[in-house]
Design a protein around this ligand. Sequence first.
Ligand code: ZN
Length: 573
Amino acid sequence: VTVTLTGFGGVGEIGGNAFLLEAPGLRVMLDVGKRFGAAQTMGGEDRFSPAAFERRPGWNDYFDAFQKPRAHMAAADLGALDLIPWRGALPRLYRPDLGGVSGDSPVDFALVSHAHVDHCGLIGLLRRDLPIVTSPLSLATLRSVEATGVGGWETDYTDLRVRGVLQRNKKGGLGDVRYSDDDPRVERPFVTSPQAVTHGKWALTFHAVDHSIQGAGAFVLTDGDTKVVYTGDFRRHGSDPAKTAAFLKAAAEADVLIMEGTRVSDHGRHGHGTDRESDVEHEVRALVEAHEAAGGPPFVGVGYPPRDLDRLRSLHRVAASVGRRLLISAKQAHLLSALREAGCEEAPDWRTSPHLGVLVRGGSHLLRRPGEMPIADKQRLAIDFIQVSPAEWLDLASRDLARWEFELLGGRDEYQGRDRVITQPVPFGDPHVVTAAEVARDPGGYLVSLTLFNMTDLFEVFPDRSAAGGLYIHSQTQPHNDDMEMDQFRLHRWLRAFNLNAPDHEPRRTHVSGHLAQEDIQEILETLRPKTLVPIHSERPDLTGDRYERLCRAQGLAHRAVVPRWGHPERVA
Ligand SMILES: [Zn+2]
């Protein structure tokens, strides 16, 4: 059997995985990740040097939050810039309403290893009939991200809306396609069966692995003769090493092993840090206890990856042991509910846990109090003040929330004609539905999830900034690109502005990597001994490749490593 692999992302870079695997009777995409780019071009070197421009660009080299691809031609624009797989028949991989090309699908399946954007971020662009194989928890995560996000084609993960094209209206005129709540949902064909998916002679099996997001997995593909293994992202010493161990058993005697090497380097930049999630839990607890013992301002904020269930559970346990309530965002609460609905028992129930609650952030109404409120006279451009009763405030504050948030937090409403009537306002002040004003009343009662996106909550928590202070713990990866450096700078500014971590205002750091340590890669390769190793998702695939070939030569084996080149079909079996 001849197997070829063409890399369009994750080739000599960390993330953005997108590999086309072709074998007789099978064509699949191994992950459909977004390549962020820019990230890889920094690190102190001259970014305008010829060498820097030689590097393969990613989305952030051309686009940002304001400069976007043209929606009706998004796939074509991204394809023209080589930012997505767009060679040969691959333009047919994408939705025609976003600039993809109509015709038969160039692949049978997309296999999505986990719900990190650098592995799944192109799903929104994919044609609607393409089956996507992933885990139930990855699907639940994608659904939650989609339901709680700002919308747009980038997060058309599960529910598809046609965009950028016309439709005939009832009177025969032309207009944009519009949707109402009554329109049937168009769901993508996700395949989350725990059994192997079969396609002709081929069996595709998902194997759960331990990684820094729930539902992560690897894939084993076999036609009974040739066995191809794709690892996705994984580690051995997170909170569930048994999962990874079981996968490695299934990966034995692989003909082709396509394996991540995020932390492979010759200078250790990605190599440091502990590998045990339990260490993070102990370190955070020790920091909080020391802070409390020191007797300063009792506030504690913590920043961490918001969709990492393992980290959230670690912090939840810390909160319980120090007698505080972990306050999460409404998006995180939505994700926990979605995971529980998908059968994930490890996801704590934020509605009942005595040590968990949602910090609700509304717009202006929620942040004001009942009592005197400004009212505008539009004609005179003047502001007057009126008295607003607590009941009126509840109504206003409930309307302040996004619909999904309103419903998640227990609000109910109905339409009377075109008027939305709040029949049951959100129970602000319930121990599980907390506003920043309540944190201000009892800053020692909480462990507040606090990232750069909600630093303005600090104005509410500390109305008198001269009395501000407390502890801030940063439980996230070290910055490794320009954007992240800039974020770090802003974080420092906020910590200074609210006197957190005085006197040096340095964030207190504790984190574990989601990826295999370098030594583990070596050990796994020595055990698995694939006939062909394909090192990917790494800035130094050459190092892993060389080490592996040397190891095999020393054992008298002719096994080889294939370091993929972008866009080149490589024969791997
Ligand atoms: Zn990942």
